[in-house]
Design a protein around this ligand. Structure first.
Ligand SMILES: C[C@@](CO)(OP(=O)(O)O)[C@H](O)COP(=O)(O)OP(=O)(O)OC[C@H]1O[C@@H](n2ccc(N)nc2=O)[C@H](O)[C@@H]1O
Ligand SMILES: Nc1ncnc2c1ncn2[C@@H]1O[C@H](COP(=O)(O)OP(=O)(O)O)[C@@H](O)[C@H]1O
Length: 288
């Protein structure tokens, strides 16, 4: 039997870091939302016990370093599953981009195998397991829009943002999340107004969302990679309503409501930047 699962990317509308923890991670508060840019994962039953990763993308590891592999191995061990699986990843989300591509592949694998292997686990149980794989996996298990606390695994559902376009610009560099957190100096950052962002989501206030968005990791990535700061400036100049880096970067996203302005920004960035996408927010939890 085969099963197709969608693994959508996320953007961080807000990302605040409150402090460093004893376990080496940082205490965060993030408002995250899923967007309509997704990897496609095909899960096929195998009659041996192996987990096999197949992907055409040379940046995607095909062994146990792959987060989807780790998701399958975790479910196999915890639920005592004997069967194997082939996980074919059709990679659309740029790798190491701040868009949680690997985390979303892991989350989609957890959801998909829960069905394929008839395990009967709830989304909450899958999200708890996901946290063992990576900080962003729990959010990706649910999708939609949420406040993420702790190291990212403590999820509270939020209303979807009002409908708008998201333009993503990914320069041809990859960024190490661990390295960006390591270089963060909390004395230097301006903390975003997370309660303001949450209130704006509840009142469907698009201008309020743009006003209260912020990402403290920009203080590191924009300095270390001037091309990211330059893309941000370009997108602002082309007239996006909000321009912000997603996660640890290097992807920069812009929000716009009007099609005419979307065209102008999209055309202006193409040729100037490695990869450019124009997508919709999903915002709501999907039925998986
Ligand atoms: C920055 C964010 C924002 O959504 O996303 P990305 O830019 O990776 O997409 C996340 O916090 C990333 O989540 P994720 O990529 O799952 O991180 P993990 O694999 O758990 O951790 C990678 C490394 O980042 C650091 N890390 C991560 C999360 C956190 N709350 N504090 C940290 O200090 C740790 O050094 C850890 O070893
Ligand atoms: N399924 C996967 N897809 C992409 N990258 C993966 C995957 N599994 C593991 N990785 C590794 O995770 C790292 C981070 O990739 P990714 O999840 O795309 O970025 P980010 O954490 O910035 O959102 C990459 O360097 C890659 O080697």
């Amino acid at each position: 039997m085969k099963l197709l699962v969608k693994a959508p990317a996320k953007i961080n509308l807000s990302l605040d870091v409150l402090g460093k923890r004893e376990d080496g991670y940082h205490e965060v508060e993030m408002v995250m939302t899923t967007i309509d840019l997704a990897d496609h994962i095909e899960l096929s039953e195998r009659h041996d016990q192996e987990i096999k990763i197949v992907s055409q993308n040379r940046f995607v590891p095909d062994d146990e370093r792959n987060l989807a592999y780790q998701a399958a191995r975790l479910l196999k061990t915890r639920c005592g599953v004997r069967q194997g699986v082939e996980i074919a990843i059709d990679k659309v989300i740029p790798v190491a981009a701040g868009l949680a591509g690997g985390s979303s592949d892991a989350a989609a694998t957890l959801r998909g195998l829960n069905t394929l292997w008839n395990l009967g686990l709830s989304l909450d149980e899958l999200a708890t397991l996901g946290a063992e794989i990576g900080s962003d996996v729990s959010f990706c298990v649910y999708g939609g829009t949420a406040l993420a606390k702790g190291r990212g695994e403590n999820i509270t559902k939020l209303p979807a943002p009002p409908n708008c376009w998201v333009i993503l610009a990914k320069p041809s560099i990859g960024v190490s999340t661990a390295e960006i957190y390591r270089q963060l100096d909390l004395n230097e950052v301006v903390h975003p107004d997370i309660p303001g962002m949450i209130a704006a989501l509840y009142t469907r206030d698009y201008a309020g969302i743009c006003k209260h968005a912020g990402n403290v990791l920009e203080s590191v990535t924009l300095k270390a990679y001037p091309q990211v700061a330059q893309i941000k400036k370009q997108m602002q100049r082309f007239g996006a309503d909000l321009v912000l880096m997603s996660g640890s970067g290097p992807t920069v996203f812009g929000l716009v409501r009007h099609d005419s302005r979307l065209q102008r920004i999209y055309n202006g960035l193409r040729g100037f930047c490695g990869q450019v996408f124009a997508v919709r927010m999903i915002g709501e939890r999907e039925q998986f």
